[in-house]
Ligand binder design. Structure first.
Ligand SMILES: [Zn+2]
Length: 353
């Protein structure tokens, strides 16, 4: 069939247009994030959204206005993903609503987004908005507990950027929650759940979701050693995890009413398991004993202050923006923030020079 040349050009232009518009929008978001990551200063993610150039904003609006095009659904999905990179949840929602008119499955696959002051949740696998709101309360209570116990200044590997948690409803949890360090501009925790009704933990299969989330935030705060050597033998996140579970149980936070992890994952349980293991940096139990010895002597607030002190100097190893610490640096930090002579001595005994 002969198609008039003008029509061919018009179709081609129409098809390309959605992907060009989505590209303009997504590239601008990437640029804002990259500029921020190079020099975060005191800007927070909400400020960054306002830095999106007018051209990108117009491209986004034009994309929503398009009625057809072979690539339109893909372009909308791309724009929706890009919006979340800058926590532009209103853009995400508008894109998702437009996509729902064209392809309901594609819109569902995008899931839902829920944003709060310090984090952004992504609900996948059919999680509903009420669950995400409740999960937001669960995570807020955990972050507040970290504030109260340790008082870490910064949860994000790129200062100012919100933490992300991808909450996916699955039939069975076959992989534990995981900190994903690979994202360019933010820290992300991948978090599978089995019950889309309420936050209950442990699950019927004995998986500790409450402790798991507290543990992953420990990784978000600090990794130890370097690329090929985990200096803490995975003890740090276990330590912060049980300490926060203790604190949540003491505070009896309503959002955590369905969580009973403290019966199995508490610092008392860890203490019993350690017996008279001596503090050391030799193996996992030694490091756990070391962290609890610091906890019981200088206290968790001093540990938080020491980490903040090291962050303020920002001389530590960073891999893909993720902050890595060593016990030697922790020693330096603690000696800086602890005033009491006897406690300084204890720090020197416990941590390697
Ligand atoms: Zn872990």
């Amino acid at each position: 069939m002969l198609v008039p040349l003008t029509l061919v050009i018009a179709l081609a232009a129409g098809t390309d247009r959605s992907s060009k518009l989505a590209g303009t929008y997504a590239d601008a978001i990437e640029k804002v994030n990259a500029t921020h990551a190079r020099k975060p200063e005191d800007r927070i993610e909400a400020d960054l959204g306002e830095e999106l150039p007018r051209k990108a904003r117009s491209a986004f609006e034009a994309l929503l206005e398009l009625d057809s095009g072979d690539e339109l659904t893909d372009s909308l999905a791309r724009a929706a993903e890009a919006a979340l990179e800058l926590d532009l949840v209103a853009d995400f929602d508008a894109t998702r609503a437009r996509l729902a008119e064209l392809d309901a499955d594609a819109a569902r696959a995008l899931g839902l987004a829920h944003s709060r002051e310090r984090f952004q949740l992504r609900g996948l696998g059919g999680l509903d908005a009420d669950y995400l709101t409740h999960f937001g309360d669960v995570l807020d209570a955990i972050l507040e507990s970290y504030d109260e116990v340790f008082g870490f200044d910064e949860f994000s590997k790129v200062p100012g950027k919100k933490l992300r948690v991808r909450v996916t409803l699955v039939d069975a949890i076959t992989r534990p929650p995981r900190f994903e360090p690979q994202h360019a501009f933010h820290s992300l925790v991948d978090f599978p759940v089995v019950d889309g009704e309420t936050f209950r933990s442990p699950t019927s299969k004995g998986q500790f979701l409450q402790y798991g989330l507290c543990h992953e935030l420990g990784h978000v705060i600090a990794m130890w050693g370097h690329r090929t050597f985990e200096e803490d033998y995975h003890a740090w996140a276990h330590y912060t995890g049980v300490v926060i579970v203790d604190h949540l149980a003491e505070r009896a936070v309503p959002a955590h009413a369905g969580a009973k992890d403290v019966r199995w994952r508490s610092s008392a349980n860890v203490g019993e398991g350690l017996g008279d293991t001596a503090p050391s940096t030799e193996d996992r139990n030694g490091v756990l004993a070391l962290l609890f010895a610091l906890h019981d002597s200088v206290g968790p607030k001093a540990i938080g202050d020491a980490i903040d002190y090291l962050d303020a100097k920002d001389k530590r190893l960073r891999i893909n923006h993720v902050r890595y610490y060593t016990f030697r640096e922790l020693r330096d930090g603690l000696l800086e923030v602890v005033d009491d002579k006897a406690l300084k001595k204890r720090v020197s005994e416990l941590l390697p020079k």
